[in-house]
Design a protein around this ligand. Sequence first.
Ligand SMILES: Nc1ncnc2c1ncn2[C@@H]1O[C@H](COP(=O)(O)OP(=O)(O)OP(=O)(O)O)[C@@H](O)[C@H]1O
Ligand SMILES: [Mg+2]
Length: 320
Amino acid sequence: MTPLLEIDDLVVDYVSADRTVRALDSAALTVSAGETIGIVGESGSGKSTLGAAIGGLLPGAARVVSGSVRVDGADVTTLRPKQLRALRREQLGFVFQEPIGSLDPTMRVGKQVELALRGWGTRADVLAHLERVKLTDPERVARCYPHQLSGGMAQRVAIAMAMAGRPEILVADEPTAALDSQVRDDVLDVIFALAAESGTTILWLSHDLPAVAKRCSRVVVMYGGGVVESGAASAVLAEPRHPYTKALVRAVPAAVADGERLTSIPGQPPVLTGSAPGCVFAPRCPDVLASCTEQRPPLVSAAGRDVLCHLAEQTVEAGR
Ligand SMILES: Nc1ncnc2c1ncn2[C@@H]1O[C@H](COP(=O)(O)OP(=O)(O)OP(=O)(O)O)[C@@H](O)[C@H]1O
Ligand SMILES: [Mg+2]
């Protein structure tokens, strides 16, 4: 069966006059319908670039060097603009950190939701969609312009619009990072409830490991532009296998909230300019082996867990 989303060996550079940054370096991820996935990793690990690539939404400076991103079998990196717009409209939804960026400042909220319903929505449908995201007084909200709403309300409107077409995949890129801590949980509740109701697969890009463990079926850990570990969220975060995931889990105080930055792993995350020769985590890894700096790590899959690590290979072989 064709997977819902299949990202294969994806390499993306950001090119400017004075330098090239490799944001994704052989990133790979396969997602089945109905999964709720939390994508975590330090700032700069490539989460947003991966999320944007799914919708063909990479900024102008980005170059897809190689690899593919297939949604229902169609490779987003080679679609024509018209096909891409249709894919985004019919199959994908996006929610970003800044809700105001998703909304048109010159148009009343009700009109924008109506457009998100592609002209099929009656006034009652518009109000029902605003109610679904738990906005009290949808009549009033529908009459407002975006700047008249609080950040939390604006994000609920953006969620209502992203979910209006019942997308197959919702990419939520730190959707609560710009919100007050009291409303973060409520907004996440709305996203996860709506997705469950619509059968939408969630990719939630987040810094909030405890919340990912609580809400997601699977966690995907990114480092240096690639996926280094993935598996059942609660199991990976309780018993990480990749040395980077171990460091990440140790670095998270129980109360770290989405939007705050994780900084307490010794050393700096890499800014790559080309493909890393060995393991990209080797310079910071406490368990580094000689082979780690010379050879790319193998993908070791065992018991529902994928780990990209030389050490994991040795451990699995020793256990055989
Ligand atoms: N528009 C851009 N132009 C140039 N470089 C960029 C651009 N966007 C991202 N990068 C670089 O690409 C790499 C990956 O960045 P990305 O934003 O995908 O990471 P992230 O995991 O989403 O980080 P954060 O947690 O801070 O949101 C980083 O080195 C970043 O500096
Ligand atoms: Mg980001």
